[in-house]
Ligand binder design. Sequence first.
Ligand code: SAH
Length: 226
Amino acid sequence: MEKLFNSFGIKVTEKQLELFDKYYRLLIEYNDKFNITAITEKNEVYLKHFVDSLLFVDKLNCENLIDIGSGGGFPAIPIKILKEDINVTLVEATGKKCEFLQAVVDNLNLNGVKVINGRAEDLAKREEFREKFDACSARAVARLNTLCEYCMPFVKVGGKFYAFKGNAEEEVLEAKNAVKILGGKIKSVFNCDLSGAVRTLVEIEKIEKTASKYPRGNGKERKNPL
Ligand code: SAH
């Protein structure tokens, strides 16, 4: 698997390869009961989950990362495996997925990783989480306009929200209003090829505090996006 990572310019140590191997095994072990991913074949998991989470790892600038809607841990756990020194908070609404995430943290002996079972729109209202992170990440959780309302409140002014997307041109246009209202500015859009699929990192900088009425809650972020 080292060659696969290297072919995407991702350098991994022996120890990191062992951690990915453990992570893959836990994913398979828990998947039947917990329904974590539809992808189970080893090469596919490495490509579509592990490598996909790391395509833009050199662009991420953070010490204190919160990941929203972590599911099986993507992209934040692969990022933590590569960037050993960062602190990570994983937020996931489904209890069973949190149980899996905690098992990964324990079995891989990851330091500085917290798993929180809750909804982004509730946690973002709490003082201990609001505007406390220098970076937020999310992959495959919602369209960008909705996602900005979930994620931007967690980010400190000067920090970044990184949205992991497929081809995102249309979503970026659609999210312009939400980004502005929430105190952000689209800084860069990076595109990359993952074996024929376009993968995109949208980097949004937080330039002003987010007004306290956001996120609005009660499902408004999805039903009636900004
Ligand atoms: N990020 C993972 C999982 C994507 S599936 C990946 O890329 O593979 C989306 C996940 O987000 C689900 O596990 C769902 O439970 C969670 N989720 C959706 N809305 C959420 C919210 N408002 N707060 C917290 N978690 C949420």
